[in-house]
Ligand binder design. Structure first.
Ligand code: HEC
Ligand code: HEC
Length: 439
């Protein structure tokens, strides 16, 4: 059974390019074409590590070392089916697949946000036995409406964050950023876009107040300044550092880059708790998870030759969406990883950060990103959200329950584009949405 499944996937991937033709609920977890048998084994080992649950030390298990403080017991909890997480529905529901970053005013020596002196850089709601979790974050929704042409009203909601059961004292003067787990596919392709291309996008003169800039960040592994590509503010330079940061930040798993447990100086129970292996995540495990993310394909488009879809696509370009959500990018030549080399890809992003206005602002700087800046979210695969994810939960904090809501939040550099969208006739709006659903 396992064998035949593997053969099926191999066969399917043999005819794919940067996109997998696999449809359905597994469409975000398929390998790129052209992987050897050994490479596919590494891919599947990485995928298991991403999906499996970690246990508390000491234990006789391969995945030991959860915590002492953590958010969830597996990576996939916040990236279900490699798709997006979601925001809680109401004040009493706990966060299942999102997190809250914390900091205080100022920056560290590398321009990263300055961690809160007691709680660190992320609220870890959970603790292993004997170690109290840091507290609970809760979202209350403030409801309102916005208008589209022809009298259509759109219900909108804005999150109001509060904390309760804080175990280590008050969280005064804290800066917060609520972030929902983002879809995780096609990342190797995005990492392979040449830096010079992004520099050219930055220089490219766009109309209507659209600018866009690279978020220059610190790569703690290579110890150099680098282009940020990952994370919702392009705050992370590489798939490797993103994985290593998630391990320590979200699960409390140590690695060669983060050899110490994620305990702040005043968290005594945390400091005393037993650890797993030293480090808890080996470089071999890292190589597999990195390989997995380098090689997860993006899903293929559907119905792209339908005339209604094509009409919607023309509108997408006309009203300026494509100034930021760039349709076509190219990957660099790569002799080591030929399956990522010199491909034309269609992620609908420029990987730049843009001022999106005060409504979306978290008012928290992240390297070169201001409190109003966010990375243009890739739109590939967005039309499969309803099929793959538990709910539609768009934008960095999952506030938007429909694509229309997500677009109506666009402001700042995207204001004119949003106004043009809101002014579309009913017929054009329908074609436009049909196009988005084909991505
Ligand atoms: C508590 C929820 C949570 C858990 C658990 C979690 N993530 Fe994430 N993940 C996020 C959020 C939120 C982001 C966006 C990060 C940001 O903006 O800083 C993200 C982003 C990512 C990205 C980058 C996606 C992109 O397009 O930029 C990767 C890769 C990733 N996570 C991998 C992992 C791995 C590997 C693990 C397990 C070690 C993990 N995540 C565990 C919430 C989570
Ligand atoms: C100035 C650049 C810019 C323009 C123009 C722009 N966007 Fe965006 N878009 C962004 C950024 C940045 C985000 C992420 C915002 C956030 O998460 O808070 C985003 C997010 C989105 C999302 C949510 C994606 C997700 O997975 O959560 C959708 C949908 C979207 N844009 C569609 C559009 C459409 C349609 C248009 C044209 C009407 C458009 N955008 C115009 C920059 C832009």
């Amino acid at each position: 059974m396992v064998c035949s499944l593997l053969i099926l996937i191999v066969c399917v991937s043999a005819i794919a390019d940067e996109r997998t033709p696999v449809q359905g609920r597994e469409a975000f977890g398929q390998p790129l074409a052209g992987l050897s048998t050994d490479e596919l084994e590494s891919f599947f080992r990485g995928r298991s590590l991403f999906r499996q649950s970690w246990v508390v030390a000491p234990a006789k298990d391969t995945l030991v070392g959860l915590g002492p403080l953590y958010n969830r017991i597996s990576c996939a909890s916040c990236h279900p089916k490699n798709g997006r997480g979601r925001a809680p529905e109401n004040e009493t529901e706990r966060m299942q697949s999102m997190l809250v970053r914390l900091s205080v005013a100022g920056k560290d020596e590398h321009s990263a946000p300055k961690p809160h002196p007691i709680y660190g850089n992320q609220l870890n709601e959970e603790g292993v036995p004997g170690v109290p979790g840091e507290g609970i974050a809760s979202i209350k929704w403030q409801e309102f409406e916005m208008a589209l042409a022809a009298g259509t009203r759109v219900p909108m909601r804005k999150p109001l964050l509060s904390f309760y059961d804080l175990h280590y004292g008050p969280l005064d003067k804290v800066q917060t950023s609520m972030r929902v787990g983002s879809p995780v596919f096609g990342l190797g392709l995005l990492q392979s876009v040449a830096q010079t291309d992004l520099e050219n996008f930055e220089k490219d003169v766009k109309s209507n107040g659209v600018k866009g800039k690279i978020n220059w960040v610190w790569n703690a592994e290579t110890q150099e300044i680098a282009v940020g590509r990952f994370g919702l503010k392009a705050n992370n330079p590489s798939i490797r550092t993103q994985i290593l940061d998630a391990l320590i930040g979200d699960l409390g798993i140590t690695s060669h880059l983060h050899p110490n447990e994620n305990c702040m100086p005043l968290q005594v129970e945390c400091l005393k708790a037993p650890s797993g292996n030293n480090p808890e995540f080996s470089d071999a495990q890292l190589a597999d998870v990195e390989f997995y993310f380098l090689d997860v394909a993006a899903p293929a488009r559907r119905n792209s030759d339908d005339p209604v879809v094509q009409k919607g696509e023309t509108i997408f370009r006309e009203i300026g969406c494509a100034q930021c959500h760039r349709e076509t990018l190219h990957t660099e030549k790569n002799n080591q990883l030929p399956h990522l080399s010199e491909l034309e890809i269609h992620p609908y992003t420029d990987l730049l950060i843009h001022d999106m206005g005060s409504g979306l602002a978290d008012n928290r700087e992240d390297f070169g990103a201001s409190g109003r800046d966010w990375r243009t979210t890739p739109l590939w695969g967005i039309g499969l959200t309803q099929l793959i994810s538990e709910s539609q939960s768009y934008l960095h904090d999952g506030r938007a329950r429909t694509l229309t809501e997500a677009i109506l939040w666009h402001d700042g550099e995207a204001k004119i584009s949003r106004e043009k969208f809101a002014a579309l006739s009913r017929v054009k709006r329908d074609a436009f949405e049909t196009f988005l659903l084909s991505l």
